[in-house]
Design a protein around this ligand. Structure first.
Ligand SMILES: [Zn+2]
Length: 288
């Protein structure tokens, strides 16, 4: 995966840039659609993949290829070969998987980037040492789903083979096109809470980016006892200071602002300071 690209906006200057020099807002404003492979004679257009506390990298667009002589050519066509024959099976995440994902996201949110990097390195080494290569079954891809269509028979088969979908962590500032329509664990600091009957919105922030997390009719239909409790988050923060939000939701683009936003569908799919809304509200209730 290339970690540098040429930035060319059609004007006179062309310069080389690394993926970590770009953040989501400069990408949107300046670089998007103007990044190319650095290899000579290769004009493949590149997009940035933003990652949570790991190095960003560049990849080609779905229907763009590197030149056959480009050093990145093989890697790309190998990947594509895999994807074309793949079948995707949607699997619903169990409550336990979701709980664990939220716990993990909360502990990540309390760590510095350096600590996370250190931990990832250790995990990587451990993996290298212990796991044998079991990538034979690349024909099917298991995708987690929150409220998408599920073929129950295929889901059962996948679970029988102990295939659990993996859920990606994203900081509020690290969402990109590849996350659209997919469930993600999003994390950030709570900056505001707004709620009314059957609707709530929590704005979270990481770095300079703000992200709206929305709770709409589908959420309240599923978790009617959450109605009226969102104001407790504000009360809780008055006593505790800045709060960490972690939630599992579906990434989409807001029809009003054009920004990324996240929709949450179930009362157990998010925590504030590691607590569910119910448990946080129970604490606030004791304050009288
Ligand atoms: Zn190339």
């Amino acid at each position: 995966m290339p970690d540098s690209a040429l930035f060319s906006n059609g004007a006179t200057s062309v310069r080389e840039i690394t993926a970590d020099d770009i953040d989501p807002s400069s990408y949107k404003d300046t670089y998007k659609g103007q990044l190319y492979c650095t290899s000579e004679n290769c004009n493949a257009k590149l997009v940035v993949v933003f990652r949570y506390s790991r190095r960003n990298y560049f990849r080609t667009l779905q229907n763009e290829d590197h030149d056959e002589d480009c050093i990145h050519y093989f890697e790309r066509s190998a990947t594509r070969g895999g994807i074309d024959t793949q079948e995707t099976i949607n699997v619903r995440m169990s409550e336990k998987q979701k709980r664990n994902a939220l716990k993990r996201a909360f502990s990540l949110s309390q760590m510095t980037d350096e600590q996370i990097e250190e931990m990832r390195k250790k995990q990587k080494n451990r993996k290298k040492n212990t796991t044998t290569n079991n990538r034979k079954d690349t024909q099917t891809r298991i995708e987690p789903t929150l409220n998408g269509e599920v073929d129950e028979e295929k889901e059962r088969e996948a679970l029988k083979k102990k295939k659990a979908p993996s859920l990606f962590n994203r900081g509020a500032d690290a969402l990109s096109e590849s996350d659209l329509g997919k469930p993600r664990v999003v994390s950030g600091e709570v900056i505001s809470v707004y709620s009314k009957k059957n609707f709530a919105q929590i704005k979270i922030r990481r770095g300079n980016t703000t992200l709206s997390v929305k709770f709409e009719e589908a959420f309240f239909a599923d978790s009617p006892n959450s109605d009226g409790l969102f104001g407790n988050i504000t009360k809780y923060s008055e006593k505790h200071g800045p709060l960490i939000f972690n939630g599992i939701g579906e990434v989409r683009v807001s029809s009003t602002t054009g920004e990324y936003e996240v929709a949450i569908f179930n009362g157990n799919d998010f925590t504030v300071e590691g607590r569910t809304l119910q448990s946080l509200s129970a604490i606030v209730a004791t304050w009288g």
